[in-house]
Design a protein around this ligand. Sequence first.
Ligand SMILES: [Cu+2]
Length: 145
Amino acid sequence: MKKIISLICLLFLLPSAFALDIEVTDPYMRELIPGTQVTSAYMTIKNSGAKDITFTSVTSVVSEKIEIHEHTMKDGMMQMGKLDSIIIKAGEEVTLQPHGLHLMVFNPTMPVKAGQQVDVVLHFDNEQQTTVTMPVKGLKPAHNH
Ligand SMILES: [Cu+2]
């Protein structure tokens, strides 16, 4: 009987314990360029909560190594560097986009071709996480008409 009660308690506690203030929009991963072993992924992460959230890491079946990167200009040259984390302030959003912040996906375990969908888990501080399903987009802009 005690077991059943604790199970019920757990069911009630779970939704609030895992409630996220994080909303991810427009996620996508770039198609893998043939002959290369690295691609990138983008999205907008919004923090609708009252506290700052730190985006710390990414895991996925598509790769054992996904890093948070930023592009910076140095002496007129575009350079890329690894970030340990990104702070998303309360009520604000951070956009990962080409030539800016991005996720770097190393040695994908699958071809990563346009039309596929890739599940990626974003990890935040306080052990929060959210799974994002990313469509894979082709290298050329899509023709809509
Ligand atoms: Cu990069």
